[in-house]
Design a protein around this ligand. Structure first.
Ligand SMILES: CCCCC/C=C\C/C=C\CCCCCCCC(=O)SCCNC(=O)CCNC(=O)[C@H](O)C(C)(C)COP(=O)(O)OP(=O)(O)OC[C@H]1O[C@@H](n2cnc3c(N)ncnc32)[C@H](O)[C@@H]1OP(=O)(O)O
Ligand SMILES: CCCCCCCCCCCCCCCCCC(=O)OC[C@@H](O)COP(=O)(O)O
Length: 361
């Protein structure tokens, strides 16, 4: 990296781009994650005795994993999150169960979603209808198993029974939760958009410019099974300023983004009970979402008042806790190696440290 750019970035900015920092962050995340997964495993016997207590404990443990990634976004990269919503609805966020319908365009939209969950105190209990493959991802996928995340294979005939059962299980969940649905079923690409609009044409549905055609089955079955449990649908549309396409690697490098989220609260009782009417309702919702995206494209902002929730210190404190617990032993280990008296061990340790601080750019 050129020296003048480094000066402009400041010491902290340079630190954030260093491989050694990234290695430490990943090490802390992975080791703490596996320790927490093991603790979650220990709660299994409790489910038989006191299920609600086991669920509450798992929400806290899940928080301790997810909030590390949130801390990375809001404290490490300093990404700003602006919320466009009406003040009356704002009062209810975090105080009721809700289904969140969100567009799926960005690599970090899950992380931005989590950040909003954190700010309204529902991060540990947040849920999603996720593809089955994600349940095998170490740490996060294993954590989701204990948080009763709903998984689907995206083959409706196989999914119907398991999805309905998993949704029914959430009816007596002891914590307020937000249930995320990416109704488009996959992340937006131009190629997928083209195919999806061919389907829209065949079905006689209006074309969408910024979204894929929504898959309606998951939404209708969620509304049907969570009626009486969930108070509202939060129709949410996410964008990043300056047409940026943020990445996890960018966040890890400390790059600051600016997320804009537009949320409309729609009471669940206003959504039709009949399945085909419910599907039509969702198609109409996506046509409206398309208009909001057009507004954003034209004006650089969403319509309506801005009421941004402040970041809270808990994600940072949790992260610092794990850094203190896990970085100290590794420092002691490296120190022991350096003081071992063996030339080969000292050389290897020095090489390892140098590789970590080497500027790969
Ligand atoms: C702002 C605050 C945020 C709060 C965040 C809260 C919580 C956060 C928690 C966690 C964060 C982590 C996030 C993890 C992200 C995980 C992301 C994913 O895994 S997305 C993929 C999985 N999810 C989904 O797919 C959900 C949407 N899909 C559905 O609902 C589906 O209906 C289904 C239930 C999965 C079943 O799918 P299947 O394909 O089997 O059946 P369908 O009936 O849907 O499809 C057949 C139907 O579709 C028509 N068709 C064919 N091709 C297309 C196409 N390209 N586009 C649209 N439609 C198509 C086809 O003709 C059939 O139609 P019909 O039924 O009329 O015959
Ligand atoms: C603080 C610690 C930093 C350490 C960095 C480690 C990063 C680990 C991140 C793990 C993130 C796991 C969360 C999974 C969410 C991913 C969202 C996703 O993958 O959605 C899938 C959809 O799109 C559909 O996929 P398609 O198959 O249709 O395409």
């Amino acid at each position: 990296m050129a020296p003048h750019i480094k000066t402009k970035m400041g010491v902290l900015g340079i630190l954030k781009t260093q491989l050694l920092c990234h290695l430490i962050i990943c090490y802390v995340f992975l080791v703490s994650g596996i320790l927490i997964n093991l603790l979650q495993l220990c709660t299994l016997p409790l489910w038989a005795i006191n299920k609600q207590l086991a669920r509450k404990i798992n929400c806290r443990l899940g928080y301790s994993i997810a909030s590390q990634l949130v801390a990375l976004l809001e404290w490490w990269s300093g990404t700003a999150c602006t919320l466009y919503t009406d003040p009356e609805s704002y009062q209810l966020y975090g105080k009721e169960n809700a289904i969140v319908v969100l567009n799926h365009n960005f690599e970090i939209d899950f992380l931005t979603g989590w950040t909003f969950c954190e700010r309204f105190g529902v991060l540990g209990s947040s849920k999603v209808l996720a593809k089955k493959e994600l349940s095998f991802v170490p740490v996060i996928g294993w954590m989701w198993y204990f948080l009763e995340i709903v998984f689907c294979k995206r083959k409706w005939e196989e999914d119907r029974k398991t999805v309905v059962q998993s949704l029914q299980n959430l009816r007596d969940y002891p914590e307020n939760f937000w249930f995320l649905l990416h109704c488009e079923g996959t992340r937006f690409t131009e190629k997928k958009h083209k195919i999806s609009m061919e389907v829209a044409e065949k079905k006689g549905l209006p074309k969408l410019k910024y979204h894929l055609l929504p898959r309606t089955k998951g939404f209708c079955v969620t509304v049907e099974n969570l009626r009486g449990t969930v108070a509202a649908v939060y129709d949410s549309t996410l964008n990043f300023r300056n047409n940026e396409m943020p990445t996890l690697l960018g966040v890890l490098n400390g790059k600051k983004y600016h997320a804009d989220l537009y949320v409309r609260r729609i009471p669940l009782h206003s959504i039709p009970e009949d399945e085909s009417e419910c599907a039509q309702w969702l198609h109409k919702l996506y046509q409206e979402k398309d208009e909001f995206q057009e507004h954003y494209r034209q004006n650089g902002c969403f319509p309506g008042p801005v009421t941004s929730p402040p970041r809270r210190p808990w994600s940072l404190l949790n992260w610092l806790f794990w850094v203190c617990v896990l970085v100290y032993p590794i420092c002691m280990f490296l120190l022991q190696m350096l003081l071992s008296g063996s030339t080969v061990t000292v050389l290897f340790t020095l090489l390892f440290c140098l590789a970590g601080i080497w500027d790969v750019d």
